[in-house]
Each structure stands twice: as C-alpha cells, then as structure tokens.
Design a protein around this ligand. Structure first.
Ligand SMILES: NC(=O)c1ccc[n+]([C@@H]2O[C@H](COP(=O)([O-])OP(=O)(O)OC[C@H]3O[C@@H](n4cnc5c(N)ncnc54)[C@H](OP(=O)(O)O)[C@@H]3O)[C@@H](O)[C@H]2O)c1
Length: 259
C-alpha cells in the first residue's frame, strides 16, 4: 500500500482507546502519528518507539508545552488530516501519574450534591475541558490547509444535557457538557478560519479502560466494548464524515447524540 501524505495527532495518547486508535491508524498506513501524553509506561514506550512512524511527545498540557507540540508538528513534513483529543478523568483510583501537579487530590464521581468538592471538580475540569480547549485554541495553525482534517474530541453521553435522566457525576457530566459547548463554539470559528476542518464530540460507549473499571459491574452484557472495537468504529466514522463545518456529537455507531 503506498504511503499517504498525512499526519495524525493523538493527545492523551496513553488512553486505552487512544492506544487502540494509534494501532489501527498504522494499519491504514498514515505517514506519521504524533502521540502526546503526560508520560508513557514502559510497555507503551516499547511498542510506540518500535514503530518509526510514531513520534512520542511528552507534554504537561501547560499552554507552553502545547505550543511546543504544535511547533514540532508545524516543522514536520506532513499535513494533519486527523486529530484525536482523548483526555478524560472520572476518578483517580489507581492513578500512577501526577505530572507537575503535586497537589492533585483524589477524585471520585459525586453521587449527590454534598459530595461536590471544588478542588476535585477543578481537577476534572482541567483535564476534561480546559486541556481540550487549549488544543482547540492552538490547532488552527496546523489544521488550516487544503486537505480535509477531522478533529475528534472525546466526550461522553453523560455530557448530553438533554439526555440526563439519572443525575449524579456532577463534575464529569458538567465538564463534558462544557466541552461539548466548546466544540460547538469552536466549529463556528473554525468554519471561518480553517474551512476544511470538521469537529466532532465523540461518545465511545462504555469501554473497558481504567476510566470505566470501577463502574463496570452494572454494565449490561454485551454493552462493555473493548478499545479495539471502539477504535475501528471511530476510524470508520471519521473516514466517512462530510467536511461541512458543522460540529456533531456522535456515538460509536455514528448516531447523533443530542447536545
Ligand atoms: N471508557 C469509557 O467507558 C468511556 C465512556 C465515555 C467516554 N469516555 C471518554 O473516552 C476518552 C478516553 O478515555 P479512556 O476510557 O481511554 O480512559 P483512560 O484509558 O483512563 O485514559 C485517560 C485519558 O485521560 C488523560 N488524562 C488523565 N489525567 C489527565 C490530566 N490530569 N490532564 C490531562 N489529561 C489527563 C490521559 O492522558 P495521558 O496520556 O496524558 O495520561 C488519557 O488520555 C475520555 O475522554 C473519556 O472521558 C470513556
């Protein structure tokens, strides 16, 4: 298969779904994958660095570090045609990384109003909303070109305001709802400034990853996906999207989720 002249950026690249996306991208013969993370485990490092088309970039998600990643991409040879922004924090159980954030406190999804803790909430918003916002801020200079580019921002159905029947999970829900609004608002501006870009907020479905691990007991049989399945679904969705300058909120089946 001939090499394509394109690059892909994956941020939050140690996410289990992100790792599966990267593996599938390599099978599609992309020219280059920029994998950006706060840090890679030894196992992740081993396979990522064994593949020449992957460039691993460690980033603390400060604006300065994000700017450096963008600079690296701008200096590269290939136009970005896909971006996957994968950050998501629901809890911090078994979290081994605490990069540049020594004051990080334990996060658990709130069951009731009394559980709201401002420091924990800020931590969730920082990862789920503010970090993706910074990527959206800095991306235009590397996605503005004559090739179409799809930017996928990982959201969650629980971030749908109209779909909220169950309540609870205040921080995670609100951070993803705010993220959705950022995606929708950024699409308006990108339609003027980077016309070949399509933005989507993506709900992967409940997927077997560290994020969902403590909550998998109640998942109905057949409804817990593996990351490889979700990655396959997502790449097929991305390949078939119209570049129509409209933000969409889509699930793993490619079906619209109401905002
Ligand atoms: N799994 C599910 O059932 C499910 C359901 C709905 C939506 N989602 C969404 O899918 C996306 C991928 O999640 P996953 O299930 O693959 O989870 P995961 O394997 O637990 O990955 C966690 C992700 O969050 C990032 N992250 C963690 N702490 C962070 C921080 N303090 N600042 C910035 N980024 C931070 C990690 O980036 P680093 O590489 O930098 O560590 C990584 O990308 C998330 O947006 C999640 O909300 C997942």
């Amino acid at each position: 298969m001939p090499m394509r002249n394109n690059a892909v950026l994956v941020t939050g690249a140690s996410s289990k779904i992100a790792q599966a996306v990267i593996k599938k991208l390599l099978l599609l013969n992309v020219s280059k994958v920029y994998a950006v993370s706060r840090g890679f485990s030894a196992a992740e490092n081993q396979w990522l660095t064994s593949e020449q088309r992957i460039e691993c970039l460690v980033c603390d998600y400060s604006e300065e570090d994000i700017g450096e990643v963008i600079h690296t991409i701008r200096a590269g040879s290939f136009p970005l045609t896909q971006v996957y922004i994968c950050h998501g924090v629901l809890h911090t159980k078994n979290q081994s990384k605490n990069v540049n954030n020594q004051s990080a406190i334990e996060v658990n999804p709130e069951k009731r109003l009394e559980d709201i803790d401002v420091d924990a909430m800020m931590q969730v918003f920082k990862a789920n909303t503010l970090t993706p916002a910074l990527w959206l801020k800095h991306l235009p200079s590397v996605v503005k070109h004559d090739k179409p580019c799809v930017v996928t921002v990982f959201s969650a159905r629980v971030g749908s305001i109209s779909d909220n029947q169950l309540g609870g999970w205040y921080s995670y829900r609100a951070s993803k709802a705010a993220l959705n609004m950022l995606v929708k608002t950024a699409a308006v501006e990108y339609s003027r400034r980077a016309k070949n870009v399509k933005l989507i907020a993506f709900h992967p479905g409940t997927t077997d990853t560290p994020l969902s691990k403590p909550f998998q007991a109640n998942v109905k049989p057949g409804k817990l996906f593996n990351a490889e399945f979700v990655a396959e679904q997502l790449l097929t969705i991305v390949a078939n999207l119209p570049i129509d300058q409209q933000a969409q909120f889509l699930d793993w089946q490619g079906k619209t989720v109401h905002w």
